[in-house]
Design a protein around this ligand. Structure first.
Ligand SMILES: O=C(O)CCC(=O)C(=O)O
Length: 415
């Protein structure tokens, strides 16, 4: 029996909601990126983790994007989250955009509602066509964060999905630790559901814009950026538009991979699986964020990506997305993992990180230098980055712009 039918023969979840219809895949022949797919259902088999780490190593080092199947989260659970998201976005604008629900970008707080059309794009009169809701973790600590009453009846399911999503991410973080030859719990220990962090489960909707408006902003739906946290999980949906910036062959000596398309933008393909009745859309696209890039001294890549106007056969519907954004623990110090034998062998870290700092100290002097050497915690980095990125009336082109907090520095849209 096809997986979709399995879901349909089960009794409906209560309260019932209109079903979100998954858009068809595009028929256009787009320049797709070559994305590695790993099957997480083998994680607990003998030598399963080691094999998966070996499969993942190349992709996560070169591209920073990969896909995962066999997560153990069913198509029914994924469908239900899309149904809840669809019901939320269908509410009248005034009900979603009450001040108490809106993200407080001035404080770098990304929980709650990000309003559609709230900012212009690239200094034009064209407005931003994204709206989203970010659910903070369902723990005591975040009880005071924005919670929309529309989600009240579904709270248990949303929390369960969030926890399962983080469990998937923790397995991936264990693979990252293995790749870096660190103790398996090195990253997982800094990303527990019940410890404070700005993790969130996201529903995101893009509303199509006119061709003329899109043309005025170079077809930008989400401008090029790297992700601010540790790891991003995006449940595959069929509407094309997400693109990654492949590595320019002149930008690194570490080239020659199949995935090196010489600095071009390439579309991330949808990932399906029929495994174990999981069905379409249960595959997850994952990418490394800034924090994991810093921890790994850039061995694991936080790759620049963006979303552009979809191809003509997919322009009819809103582009709905379901994500889990893993942020570094609030108190986690983000610094290259000096304990990694791999990073040491590659000369990316020194065995004693204080040696590295002493070297830098002699170069950077005065107050400014002190601020730039300062170690940064998870919450400080994430909050500063959210504020810098979103607390403006216009989403400007940021190509080449540097963002720095303490000793952490990124170029938001590196060429
Ligand atoms: O909508 C997408 O497919 C990706 C969005 C994204 O890159 C982001 O919000 O960080």
């Amino acid at each position: 029996m096809p997986p979709q039918d399995v879901a349909e023969t089960e009794s409906p979840l209560k309260p019932e909601l209109p079903k979100w219809q998954r858009p068809e895949k595009t028929k256009h022949d787009l320049p797709w990126a070559d994305i590695q797919i790993i099957d997480l259902s083998t994680f607990d088999e003998p030598s399963g983790k080691e094999k998966l780490a070996a499969e993942l190593r190349d992709a996560i080092h070169h591209t920073g994007f990969f896909s995962v199947v066999g997560t153990g989260i069913s198509s029914r659970e994924v469908q239900r989250q899309y149904d809840i998201a669809q019901a939320f976005f269908a509410l009248p604008h005034a009900e979603k955009a009450k001040p108490e629900y809106k993200c407080d970008f001035a404080q770098g707080n990304y929980f709650g509602y990000r309003e559609i059309y709230e900012a212009t794009v690239r200094g034009t009169a064209v407005r931003n066509n994204v709206e989203l809701w970010n659910h903070a973790k369902f723990t005591e600590r975040y009880a005071g964060e924005a919670r929309h009453p529309c989600f009240e009846d579904f709270k248990g399911e949303i929390e369960e999905f969030s926890r399962k999503a983080l469990d998937v991410a923790l397995k991936l973080l264990e693979l990252c630790a293995l790749i870096l030859e660190l103790p398996p719990s090195f990253f997982a220990a800094q990303h527990r559901y019940d410890s404070p962090s700005d993790d969130h489960l996201r529903y995101m909707s893009y509303r199509p814009r006119s061709a003329a408006d899109d043309a005025a902003v170079d077809n930008t739906w989400t401008r090029a950026h790297t992700d601010f946290g540790t790891l991003t999980l995006l449940w595959s949906q069929n509407v094309a538009g997400l693109q990654i910036k492949t590595k320019s062959s002149s930008s690194s000596s570490d080239t020659g991979s199949d995935r090196d398309h010489g600095g071009e933008w390439r579309y991330v393909p949808p990932v399906d699986t029929d495994k174990a009745g999981e069905g379409q859309g249960t595959g997850v696209i994952c990418n490394v964020g800034d924090a994991l890039d810093f921890w790994s001294a850039s061995y694991l890549k936080s790759t620049t990506h963006r979303v552009v106007r979809p191809p003509p056969d997919q322009l009819g519907a809103n582009r709905l997305g379901l994500f889990y954004f893993v942020r570094p623990g609030d108190e986690a110090v983000i610094e290259p993992a000096a304990a990694s034998p791999l990073l040491r062998r590659l000369g990316l870290v020194k065995s004693d990180s204080s040696e590295e700092e002493k070297g830098q100290e002699s170069q950077e002097e005065g107050k400014d230098g002190e601020a730039k050497r300062e170690k940064v915690t998870g919450s400080r980095y994430v909050r500063a980055r959210v504020k810098d990125y979103h607390s403006h009336g216009d989403y400007a082109d940021r190509t080449g712009q540097v963002f720095q907090v303490g000793n952490l520095k990124i170029v938001d849209e590196a060429r």
